[in-house]
Ligand binder design. Structure first.
Ligand code: ATP
Length: 558
């Protein structure tokens, strides 16, 4: 964990990441990307787009609105299902005793007996205890409102009481501490009060007049006549103008499905790629840019015939994992993990996460999901849209697995396409690759440890730093000429003409991951050659200045 602190300090110091609105004290969970951060993010995006769109002939791009109307997300299930569990309660010192384990009698199986008021509640508790993300608890401790995150639930084992481990996050005090507490045995529920679903979507209104003012007006007009309840009025008036900041980019693709098919004259198997911001009112904001309310997604919705869905689910799991490994310095720190059936989102029939071993443990960076035809069917039901594919010559992949029954007996084949989705978090990808690239080098006794970011050259913010050996004027014309030839290729190139010693300038670029430093020296003045220094080996190669472009171009293709 010490290393992650050094890395985050590097990110702040060298212009990768800033706390948003820092001069106003910052906004929790919001980050701004500095000059180097924005380049790295763009490079990840470009590599993703290059691989998933430009290098194929079956995927097109799209860019849809972030503001999403209520009916779309009602149909997709997000309004009702996109929730975490939250518990409101007043926790007194007497009931929550970090210092004292309760005396409980374990049953004959060695389990902590908890009496649920009814069967339904008992099942809900059981499910919550089994889930990785248990409910969060909003508590009042000594008059202060605090949000306790249930970090994990330890199931009771023989001789020990079960315990709930809370993580406490106090926004005002800006500190975090772990609370290991025990629930008093006389508490009926392991979570103190009943849990209620908390929707993760940000809601706003597309209405020039504040909808609440409309409600008040209507209620006043009707008072004494129909006496409508305020709640009913609020719902009635707010619904038509309610919009959400989209919680995923995917729905924009689904609602445009017919338009894309019509305008691009395409048919399954084909994909629609979209890159953009999504928003989730996350209860638990954690690990810097790992979990934030505003984040970017790189999503590919790949539409296929039902009998080919399993085949393409397997295909895209492999393709996407390969992409992640290609940019990794330590591929052993990436893995794929299949979801358990009770872990999947409401729309998915299969899901595999790509995970990275962050300093705090494995964390999801991308989900590849078999969404079936859930979303398209929902939008058909709600709008009557025509998403049916009529295929005169249905394609059948040679290795259609276990889906033989779905192959059409007659032509033309008619079906609602199934979707294989890959959804990558751009910010999490950046954090994963920064952690993966971060190295510390010991130069020898008495010398300070220095940082090196061994980023894949395609992801490195600056591709090349061109520098004169010293501040002498005679080195400048060739330095500028080399930089110009690299900039012409669209590579972010900087000229380092500061008065620092050359070694220090190299080290400054090692720290931000610049893969190559080109130096114009005395020999350059005689024979037009320059040196190219490799970040990871420190070795230098001498080439004619006109060859630098090809040298870097070839390396970037590797
Ligand atoms: P988690 O379980 O970590 O909350 P999720 O399963 O809800 O993630 P998905 O809905 O599958 O995430 O979203 C696809 C990708 O979007 C994730 O793999 C992740 O990289 C990214 N992502 C999701 N939520 C956030 C967030 N709050 N902040 C940053 N990235 C996110």
């Amino acid at each position: 964990m010490a290393q992650i602190r050094t890395l985050l300090d590097l990110c702040r110091r060298r212009g990768f990441l800033y706390q948003s609105a820092e001069i106003y004290g910052g906004l929790r969970g919001a980050y701004d990307y500095g000059p180097l951060g924005v380049e790295m993010k763009k490079n990840i995006l470009n590599s993703w787009w290059q691989r998933n769109v430009y290098s194929r002939d079956d995927v097109v791009g799209i860019d849809t609105s972030i503001l999403t109307p209520h009916p779309v997300l009602k149909a997709s299930g997000h309004v009702d299902e996109f929730t975490d569990l939250l518990v409101d309660c007043t926790l007194t010192k007497e009931r929550f005793r970090p210092d004292k384990a309760p005396q409980v009698t374990l049953d004959k199986n060695g389990h902590l007996p908890i009496t649920a008021p009814d069967k339904e509640t008992a099942q809900q508790w059981k499910k919550s205890i089994g889930e990785q993300f248990a409910p969060n608890v909003l508590v009042t401790v000594e008059g202060k409102r605090l949000l306790l995150h249930v970090d994990h639930v330890v199931e009771p084992v023989k001789g020990h009481a079960g315990k709930i481990v809370f993580k406490m996050n106090n926004e005002q005090a800006a500190f975090e501490l772990n609370y290991h507490g025990y629930v008093e045995p006389n508490t009926n529920s392991p979570f103190l009060t009943d849990s209620r679903p908390f929707n993760l979507m940000f809601k706003t209104f597309l209405d020039p007049i504040d909808p609440i003012d409309r409600v008040i007006q209507t209620t006043m007009n009707q008072a004494g006549e129909s006496k409508p309840t305020v709640r009913e009025e609020v719902d009635k008036v707010l619904k038509p103008s309610t919009v959400y900041l989209r919680p995923e980019t995917a729905q924009g693709v689904f609602v445009n499905f017919e338009q894309v098919v019509r305008t691009m004259k395409t048919k399954p198997p084909f994909g629609i790629a979209q890159v953009g911001k999504s928003f989730r009112n996350e209860i638990r904001l954690e690990h810097g840019i790992f979990r934030t309310p505003e984040f970017e997604q790189l999503e590919l919705e790949y539409f296929v015939a039902p009998w080919e869905a399993k085949h393409f689910y397997k295909y895209w799991r492999e393709q996407r994992y390969k992409w992640w490994l290609e940019h990794a310095t330590h591929p052993e720190n990436f893995r794929q993990r299949d979801h358990e059936s009770d872990e999947m989102a409401h729309y998915a029939t299969g899901c595999t996460d790509v995970e990275y071993l962050y300093p705090w443990g494995w964390g999801e960076v991308e989900g590849v999901a078999h969404r079936g035809n859930y979303d398209l069917t929902q939008h058909i039901k709600n709008t009557g849209a025509n998403f049916e594919i009529v295929d005169e010559k249905p394609s059948i992949s040679p290795d259609v697995e276990g889906e033989i029954d779905l192959i059409p007996k007659e032509t033309p084949a008619r079906y609602i396409p199934h979707v294989v989705e890959s959804s990558c978090g751009l910010n999490r990808a950046m954090l994963a690759y920064l952690c993966d690239a971060f190295h510390q080098v010991e130069e020898g006794k008495g010398k300070p440890v220095r940082n090196v970011l061994k980023l894949h050259p395609r992801l490195a913010p600056i591709k090349c730093a061109v520098m004169p050996l010293t501040g002498k004027e005679e080195f400048i014309p060739l330095t500028k000429k080399v930089a110009k030839s690299l900039r012409r290729m669209g590579w972010y190139t900087v000229v380092e003409s500061q008065k620092l010693k050359i070694g220090k300038r190299y080290y400054r670029h090692d720290e931000i991951g610049t893969p190559w430093c080109v130096t114009v020296d005395y020999q350059s003045l005689e024979d037009d050659t320059v040196t190219i220094r490799d970040r990871d080996t420190g070795l230098q190669e001498r080439v004619h200045w006109k060859q630098v472009q090809t040298f870097i171009g070839d390396k970037l293709m590797e």
